[in-house]
Design a protein around this ligand. Structure first.
Ligand SMILES: Cc1cc2nc3c(=O)[nH]c(=O)nc-3n(C[C@H](O)[C@H](O)[C@H](O)COP(=O)(O)O)c2cc1C
Length: 247
């Protein structure tokens, strides 16, 4: 079976497609025939060597997948061979070979996929979940916009602000928009009533005085990736604030 492994740290070019023998599920594990995988920041962090605890190389990789159970390890109850399941990522991203045609997965991380949901129905599943969230008295829904190229895919209309336009109609509570925001985009999303609030991630890491910078229209520091998750003060206490940057 074909699987992806990494032999060195780096960009997507270090992902290698390899032929490997199928693995036998251990206690509490199942083997899956993978139908779809999710791409998550966690694997990008692993692949680039930025995880605090680097696994030995070559390393497996994969965090999210959907597939069909094709073998059960000892002690697994409640699941059967042939069932369609999704994997909830609750383990180390190097532990299982979910980027592959077949992979082991811990049974404790599986959820059954209802018959009414087909493997390719990514958007209807998200729409269903977000609709159901209306039944709960939640403080907010934080919606992450797409920052991948969805051109030519069935999700093309979710590019840019499309994600917020699409789900704003479905969710009745407070909606927080996130991913690659700046002051102008934030103000536009609020003015167009596509979000109630805006969340910033990387700008907060890189700008201890983010609020003042946004208020005054000052330029933002970029995140310094080599210091993210690193030990020592660099990347935690040394991003310049405006007054010091100007001095
Ligand atoms: C170094 C780093 C660590 C993060 N850790 C978490 C986390 O533990 N939990 C979480 O929900 N999001 C986490 N995020 C995601 C951010 O909250 C945010 O959703 C993401 O950075 C996109 O927003 P941005 O474009 O403003 O950075 C992390 C992001 C970065 C860059």
């Amino acid at each position: 079976m074909r699987t992806v492994r990494i032999h060195s740290w780096g960009g997507p070019e270090v992902l290698r497609l390899e032929e490997r023998p199928p693995e036998v599920p251990g206690p509490g594990e199942v083997r899956l025939r993978i139908r779809a995988i999710g791409l998550n920041r966690t694997e990008a962090t692993l692949r680039s060597g930025r995880l605090p605890a680097r696994p030995p190389l070559p390393s497996k990789i994969g965090f999210e997948a959907a597939g069909e159970i094709d073998a059960l390890g000892t002690g697994v109850t409640g699941f059967a061979v042939g069932e369609r399941v999704a994997v909830i990522p609750a383990f180390n991203a190097a532990r299982y070979a979910l980027y592959g045609e077949q992979s082991l997965a811990p049974a404790r991380s599986l959820v059954r996929i209802p018959d009414s949901v087909r493997d390719e129905e990514t958007l209807p599943t998200a729409e269903y979940v977000i609709n159901r969230l209306n039944d709960y008295d939640l403080s907010h829904l934080l919606l992450m916009g797409t920052n991948t190229d969805v051109t030519g895919s069935p999700l093309e209309h979710l590019a840019g602000d499309g994600m917020f336009a699409h789900f704003r109609k479905l969710y009745q509570g407070t909606l927080i928009a996130n991913v690659e925001m700046d002051a102008r985009r934030a103000e536009r999303l609020i003015a167009d009533d596509l979000a109630d609030m805006i969340a910033f991630g990387r700008p907060y890491i890189a700008n201890p005085d983010l609020v003042e910078r946004l208020q005054s229209g000052a330029p933002l520091n970029d995140i310094d990736w080599p210091t993210v998750y690193a030990s020592g003060p660099a990347g935690y206490t040394d991003y310049p604030v405006l007054a010091r940057a100007a001095a």
